[in-house]
Design a binder for this molecule. Sequence first.
Ligand code: FEO
Length: 395
Amino acid sequence: MNPRQITNQIDLLGAIDWDRTVFDSLIPLPDGTTYNSYLLKGSEKTALIDTVEPGKAYVLMNQLTQVPEIDYIISLHAEQDHSGTIPLVLEQYPNAVVYTSQKEKLMLLDLLPGLNPDQIITVEDGEQLSLGDLTLKFIYTPWVHWPETMSAYLIEENILFSCDFFGAHLATSKMFADEDPLVLASNKLYYAQIMQPLRKFVSKNLEKLERYDIDMICPSHGPIYNIPEFILSAYDEWVNGTTKNVVMIPYVSMHNSTLRMVEYLMSSLCDRGIMVQPYNLEAADIGQLATCMIDASTIILASPTLLGNPHPLLANAISLTALVKPKAPFLGYIGSYGWGDTVSKKIAQMAAPLKKEVLPFVTAKGYPNEAAKQKLDDLAQLIFEKHTELGVLPK
Ligand code: FEO
């Protein structure tokens, strides 16, 4: 892909990674990703904002063959999908200097051995850098995604370069997001997996950005937001909005007993006007689970007993829930056992750190009998009452 013009003085560089399927050896990328770099051509100086994943360095370096000089490399985030090609860019432009935050300088020296510390200049929160007729203002936006993360604001054109913040793992040749619902779905998946666990920091950073007029947001993953309200209002909803009238049920079932309980509970919930979203943990990926956690008001864990313990797939889902820190206020457990309920106590211990209001657990010996079904109805009724108190049921 050749450089593409965004404005008279700004080009989009970087690489589209159509084939990448996983990030951080954890996060599924069903639609690939992009690593965006931005070239700013001021009247006096030229700056490159962020670089690309080292595996795609050849794409950026090929684009830069058309660029005679780079004075500044602006590094907004130390993670290697943005910083990893800095050494090669410095090799090609040995007089360039890197501008970054103080925290990031230390990280870059750890992560990119061989960098010359004298070639890295640190900037404070709010400091400005002139390119002649263009001025960048650095805005510290910590923890979106790492503690050193910052954004850069182009004062003359009201453009925010946000790096991971507002990103989307979406390989596409589409340069602008417009108001495309497919981009928004990708944004939500990205937020769910990467930003949701850091929600409190995201909220503070959104607040910090309120004082800026923003006409365009240029992230380092995915399309550019030519209609910033499109992504800003979505983030406001995901971060600060209430949960929805949704019960999420991550489940695993070995001989269908637990599955019958899940089906019965779902039917009982639906009878009460509550939306249900089951996830068979044999097939669901963490992206689907994390996305549902943005909206769910209640999480019901469902698993049979396996060697006296919850099924490992459910234990894994509980660990994921602890990492993601969903807003859902309520949590419960249902499941079957063969000869003794040894699991309830263990689930209660595992779920304690999630700090949720725990609803009564329902267990059954084998297939759910009438007594177990009554308890599932009682649980559905309790969830209805909790959702009513929360104000998430339709009026
Ligand atoms: Fe896109 Fe945190 O790296």
